[in-house]
Design a protein around this ligand. Sequence first.
Ligand code: FES
Ligand code: FES
Length: 184
Amino acid sequence: MTDSVFGTSASATDAVEQRMRIQLEVNGDPIEREVLVRQHLVDFLRDELGLTGSHLGCEHGVCGACSVLVDGELLRGCLMLAVQAQGKRVQTIEGLSDQGELAILQQAFLEHNAMQCGFCTPGMLLTARALMHEQDAPSRDVIRAYISGNYCRCTGYQAIVDAIETAIIRSKASGTVRASGASA
Ligand code: FES
Ligand code: FES
């Protein structure tokens, strides 16, 4: 039956409310939930699991605030539905060890005064960590291009590029991370 004002049908409404049971791994923990099929992964992580380190900024894949790792690949949580994470391994900033490469990154960000707000910084750290896994010795131009998908209108990015460069040099020297062509 069609709604005379909005032109919506009962079946369209049903589709919007359709739910599906999913199983996935989040930060090492097995998770099983029934979710709305239209729910985005970042909403699922924040609203259902309380993992609020990933944020919603633009909601259309531009700002990088919703960055998460899915099966080791850096993805936008606002462009992926929770149901698409069925059977996958999801990592958020909360689940990354504060040892190893993340600790090196955090220390370098502190030293270079590169920490921005809690809204944009988690995505930047995840992106920088992914770069550490992909390349041994990226140039500053490559670092700048890589981080360009993480928006912050409050910085000139100089300190952030400095921090990432420092962290990559240190992690390479300590053997903490080996670039493998795949981020994990
Ligand atoms: S909220 Fe996902 S890229 Fe901006
Ligand atoms: S958006 Fe986080 S400090 Fe600018």
